[in-house]
Each structure stands twice: as structure tokens, then as C-alpha cells.
Write a protein that binds this ligand. Structure first.
Ligand SMILES: [Zn+2]
Length: 647
């Protein structure tokens, strides 16, 4: 109601009278706009009247006064000028981006500049055709964030936002404005203007929704960051180009050009993720060699970028979920931590320890390996135990290696982790105590490492190596084989299709055989050479047509790079227990370890840091109140034993 009254006052103000002013300079405005700059002769300048903007025609210099204005701000400068910044209005409704600034001295308008629409249609629609709530839905769909700022504050519910507190709530409340399209200043659309603050991924945008049609007229990002190209002197990958962000004159290892972003953060040897800070650089030339090894951060950042590029360029996949999932890496996790892991949403890299040469684990194949665990969780979601867990690990090694070949062809190999310390070999699994034959030498049947997931992955790794590279020999089942390699490109396409299109959480080796043959048929045709080499490679690793596997039906979090256990738990007692647990274990070095207890569904129940000494250790954990059942103890994310609680 107020708004309509206001409109009645304003409508007749424009063009009521004309004055003769001497214009000394005039820069014509674009089509439909008044001049972008006008200067008046100081002796014959118009008298300033608050609220009035002097309008001068581009052609005949005739002037008039517009009072259809809102004062946005006013200030004074050292030269004695006053500057009044006005916004144009119509029907009492502001016109976006129609701003004129008047420069006043001793009560006279000496110059004006800005963007002001002439001949505004007075009969413009002033009542919205769609409801604000519907417009908001359209705007939120446009932003498409997982998490919004106002959701942090339970007070800011939609119901609350309609009360008097609306001016302080962050829940989006529309302003009604006219929005002129960029190319035609006179085409005014009545629009809802929303200010939407999203936390994940981070953005704060002004969004204009046409109040008649619901069309998204425009969006404007308010968080001013600029993606730039930085030069990174990486440790493992030589000099590479990375995308970084310039914000407040500081560059950081963040970028928004790939999916919803690639972000690399510094945990500063802590383990609490909320304390992580940016890696920063003053000149975007990243050569930050220092005592805390910040030079390794660009390896992780570049590795995540290249992993993104690999999946996009080869499989048109937009990040691990194909929806742009932001890839976050945390570097400098804990102290003396020789491992890397994907925890279901982010990558984490330790700095290594003296025993393994003090090298952070930010190698390219490890980046690819960890991020591929994320992709697996969005696709096959292979359970992380026994054979399905071995497949999960194997696919991470396959794509970790494929990514290394893709991004770093000058320094590629079939080894995993060779940049800092070789963990596994795909071309010769036996060299690192992994089987190259299904249920052959080194095949693991115990319960450690989730049923030997980092061991029995050797069979899938070797299958992929043979399929890609070719090879011949005799396997542990005395079967002689000869496989002709089809090359990395074709082999990775078969592996990708197997993982993304066919495998399910409980899949085992025999399923991988069936589905990869099906994938090869899809891609290259039945009876093709690619299909026959796929079959030969499976026969070579002992996964023949009639094998059966062990289905692992539960899933557990924390997928690590499979570092050999440094902590060996010897005894866990009493078992069953009620309220405490004694752990006797050995450690190969003194340090800080994380002891964690999970329930059988994989949910973290309890964790704490423990100080260890080299050799024998004995530790008592006072348990929180636990319901009867079976629990898993992990030390530094490695499965270390099972115990039960019974009251
Ligand atoms: Zn892994």
C-alpha cells in the first residue's frame, strides 16, 4: 500500500521544466541512456537541489530535472566537492544499475556522471505476477548449493523470516526492483532481487528473477575472488601451472574453474580440520621451500587439478559425483604421519616420517588414488573389505597410475607412491608382497587391513597391467598365458566402464571379470580383440570363468593409502569387556598415534591421541558407555582388532 502512494508522488516529477545551462563537456550515453558525463560551466552551473538530477539531452543539450531518485550516499572530498549518488526509480521501485553521481561545489552542480535511463515507460508493470516464495525457489535452484549460510542459525527459519526480524535475518528476502537488460537499457523487467549466501560451495550472489515470467534475468557474484594462473615449483612434478585465487592481494591454493572448485588447505600438523588455513603466496610464483615443507602443497593442488582434468577429458565426468564435487585436499596432517586417506569427503596427506625419508605423501598417483576412492563411493560404492575392498583399492591404483600417465608422461611408471616410497607395483605385485594370481602366493585371508584390501588388490592391478601393456608367463596355478596389450587408453576405458556402469557394493573378482568383459563388448564390440584380451588377462591372473568369491557385506570409513602397519596390536583385553580396554602393542617408532573405536556399522564411537614409545606399549582406554555388541579398534586408521562389550 505504501508503495503505491509513493508511486503517485513520483510519476509527474520528470520533465516539468527546462533550464538553460552551459554545458562544457558531454560524453554521450549508450542507446536509451542519458550522457555518461556532463560538465557545466562553473559560472553558469545549475543550482543543486537535493533529490534532483539534472538531465541533459545528448543532442540538443536541453535540460530538465528528474526527481525520480533515491539518495544512495553522499560524501565530501578534500577538494571541497560534495558527491551525491542517486539511484533512478520508477513507480517508487528502484531501477537496478541506474546510478547518477552529482558533483557539487558551493551549491552548484559542476558535473554529473553515471548511467541514467531516459524515456522510461511510465506504464511499466508494478505488481508481480508470481509469488516471492516461488521466485525464491527458482533462485535457489540457480545457486544449487548444498548448504546455505542461514541454515547455520536455527533461528533463521522461513517462518521467522516473515516476522519483524526480517531485516536482520539472513534468510533471503526479496526486494522488488526494475531490471534493465545489459543490451537494452529501456527494456525494464519488474524483478525480485535476492541476496543468497551459500556456504557449500561458497558464493554470495545477487539473483534477479523476472516477477512476471520467473526467468532468471541476471546473477551477480558478491564475493570478489579472481581465478589466476600461478607458477608452481612442485617437488615431485617439476614446474607446473596451477590455478589459484587472488583475494585481497594474496594468492591462495583455491580455484573455481574446475567443477565447484579445487581447494588445498594447510592443517599445520594438526588434526582438527576446522583449524586449517590457506596456503598463501604474495606473487603467485609458488616456490615456498621452508622448514615446514610448504613446497609440497602445490603437488597436492596440481594433482587434484589433473585428476579432475583426467576424468573430464577422458570420460566427460565433472568431478567424482559428475556434479562438480569440490575437491578439497588437506596437507600437513598430524606429525610424523606416513599415510594419506580419503574420508568420504576430503583428501588428507601426512608429511611422512623419518623412517620413510620425511617426505609428504602428496605424490600424483596418490592424489589420483585417493580422489578415485571418492569416485568409487559415488558409483560402484564397493564395500571396503575382503574382495570388494580389494577391488576398491585396485581401481584406485589403476586410475592413480592412469592419471600419472595422463598428466606426467615424462615421468610415469607402474609403481604406486614411487615419488616418495614405493608401496606397490602393478607390473610385479609379488615384489611388494602382493599376489599376482587369484588365491595364489601372497593372497591374504586374515582380518587385518579390512581383510587384506591393500594386498589382494594386486590381482586387479596385474590384470590391468597385462591388459594395457601385455605380457606372458605362468601364474601360480601353473597356467601359461600370453596377453597382447591394448594400450592404456583402451584399458582405462574398460576399467572405468566396469567401475561406473556395472559393479555394485558386494561385487567380487568374478563379477569384475564378467562386467569388464561386458564393458569391453559395449565399447569395442563382441568378438573384438579388446574383448578377447580382457578375457585372456583375467585368465592370466587366475580369475577364470568358474571362480567364486567372498562377499563382504559391510562398509567401513577411512580409506588409506595402504601403508604397511607400523603398530602391531598383540593383545586386547578383557574381551568381552564393559568399561575399559587394555591394548598391548608394539610401535616401530616413538610418536603420536590416533586410537579410534568404531561400531560394526563403521560409525566412529570414540577417538583420542596416544603417545607411544618404540617397542612395547601398554595402554588402558576407559570406554564411554557402550551398548552390547562388537566393536573395531583402529590405530592410525588401520584395523587393529575386534572386541565385544557385554554387560
Ligand atoms: Zn586406497
Amino acid at each position: 500500500m505504501k508503495r503505491l502512494l509513493g508511486a503517485a508522488i513520483y510519476i509527474f516529477c520528470c520533465g516539468l521544466f527546462t533550464q538553460a545551462q552551459k554545458v562544457t563537456r558531454l560524453e554521450a550515453g549508450d542507446k536509451g541512456l542519458h550522457p555518461s558525463l556532463i560538465e557545466f560551466s562553473s559560472t553558469n552551473a545549475p543550482v543543486f537541489k537535493k533529490g534532483n538530477v539534472v538531465i541533459v539531452n545528448n543532442n540538443d543539450l536541453k535540460s530538465s530535472v528528474s526527481a525520480n531518485t533515491i539518495l544512495l550516499n553522499a560524501d565530501t572530498d578534500d577538494l571541497g566537492f560534495e558527491h551525491y549518488r542517486y539511484q533512478q526509480i520508477l513507480n517508487g521501485i528502484p531501477i537496478e544499475n541506474a546510478i547518477y553521481i552529482l558533483h557539487i561545489k558551493t551549491g552548484k552542480v559542476l558535473s554529473e556522471n553515471g548511467r541514467w535511463i531516459k524515456n522510461i515507460p511510465l506504464n511499466s508493470i508494478r505488481i508481480p505476477g508470481i509469488a516471492e516464495a516461488d521466485a525464491l525457489k527458482i533462485a535457489l535452484k540457480k545457486v544449487n548449493a548444498q548448504h546455505y549460510k542461514w541454515e547455520d542459525n536455527e533461528e533463521n527459519t522461513p517462518a521467522k523470516a516473515t516476522t519483524e526480524d526480517e531485516s536482520i535475518t539472513l534468510y533471503p528476502k526479496a526486494k522488488l526492483v526494475y531490471y534493465a537488460s545489459e543490451d537494452d537499457a529501456t527494456a525494464l523487467h519488474l524483478a525480485y532481487k535476492f541476496d543468497i549466501y551459500a556456504k557449500e560451495p561458497l558464493s554470495r550472489q545477487l539473483i534477479y528473477i523476472d516477477a512476471q515470467t520467473g526467468a532468471v534475468l541476471s546473477t551477480k557474484e558478491l564475493i570478489e575472488t579472481i581465478d589466476t594462473e600461478g607458477k608452481a615449483s612442485t617437488v615431485y612434478n617439476g614446474i607446473q601451472t596451477v590455478k589459484t585465487t587472488l583475494n585481497n592481494r594474496v594468492y591462495s591454493l583455491k580455484e573455481t574453474t574446475r567443477g565447484n572448485g579445487i581447494i588445498t588447505l594447510n592443517l599445520q600438523n594438526r588434526t582438527v580440520y576446522t583449524t586449517a588455513v590457506d596456503f598463501t603466496d604474495a606473487d603467485n610464483n609458488w616456490n615456498n621451500v621452508n622448514a615446514v615443507k610448504d613446497q609440497y602443497a602445490t603437488d597436492a593442488h596440481w594433482g587434484a587439478e589433473k585428476t579432475y582434468d583426467f576424468y573430464l577429458q577422458n570420460f566427460k565426468r565433472n568431478s567424482i559425483d559428475n556434479k562438480g564435487f569440490a575437491l578439497k585436499s588437506y596437507v600437513h596432517y598430524n606429525k610424523n604421519y606416513f599415510n594419506a586417506f580419503w574420508d568420504g569427503s576430503v583428501m588428507t596427506y601426512g608429511d611422512g616420517n623419518a623412517f620413510y625419508g620425511n617426505k609428504p605423501l602428496t605424490a600424483l598417483d596418490i592424489c589420483g588414488h585417493e580422489i578415485t576412492h571418492g569416485l568409487t563411493s559415488y558409483t560402484a560404492d564397493l564395500n571396503y573389505g575382503k574382495e570388494s575392498g580389494a577391488l576398491n583399492e585396485g581401481f584406485s591404483d589403476i586410475f592413480g597410475t592412469a592419471i600419472e600417465w595422463f598428466a606426467r608422461p615424462v615421468k610415469k611408471d607402474w609403481l604406486i607412491g614411487s615419488d616418495f616410497y614405493t608401496l606397490r607395483s602393478m607390473s610385479n605385485p609379488n615384489a611388494y608382497n602382493q599376489p599376482d594370481t587369484y588365491k595364489g602366493i601372497y593372497w591374504y585371508t586374515g582380518n587385518n587391513d579390512n581383510g587384506g584390501v591393500h594386498t589382494n588388490s594386486g590381482v586387479l592391478n596385474y590384470w590391468f597391467y597385462l591388459l594395457s601393456n601385455g605380457g606372458n608367463g605362468t601364474n601360480d596355478k601353473a597356467f601359461s598365458f600370453k596377453v597382447t596389450g591394448i594400450g592404456m587408453q583402451k584399458a582405462q576405458a574398460i576399467a572405468y566402464r566396469t567401475l561406473v556402469t556395472y559393479l555394485v557394493p558386494t561385487s567380487v573378482y568374478k563379477d569384475a571379470r564378467i562386467y569388464s568383459i561386458k564393458s569391453a563388448e559395449d565399447l569395442f564390440g563382441k568378438g573384438s580383440n579388446e574383448v578377447s584380451q580382457t578375457i585372456k588377462a583375467w585368465d592370466a591372473v587366475g580369475v577364470t570363468e568358474n571362480v567364486t568369491g567372498i562377499v563382504y557385506a559391510t562398509n567401513v570409513p577411512h580409506v588409506n593409502a595402504g601403508i604397511a602397519e607400523e603398530v602391531k596390536v598383540k593383545k586386547l583385553y578383557p574381551n568381552p569387556t564393559q568399561n575399559y580396554l587394555i591394548i598391548e602393542f608394539t610401535d616401530n617408532k616413538p610418536g603420536t598415534r590416533n586410537a579410534a573405536i568404531y561400531d560394526i556399522s563403521g560409525k566412529l564411537i570414540y577417538d583420542r591421541y596416544i603417545k607411544t614409545v618404540q617397542g612395547n606399549n601398554r595402554l588402558q582406554i576407559n570406554l564411554p558407555s557402550l551398548v552390547d555388541g562388537t566393536y573395531v579398534l583402529k590405530v592410525d586408521n588401520v584395523h587393529s582388532g575386534i572386541f565385544s562389550v557385554k554387560h
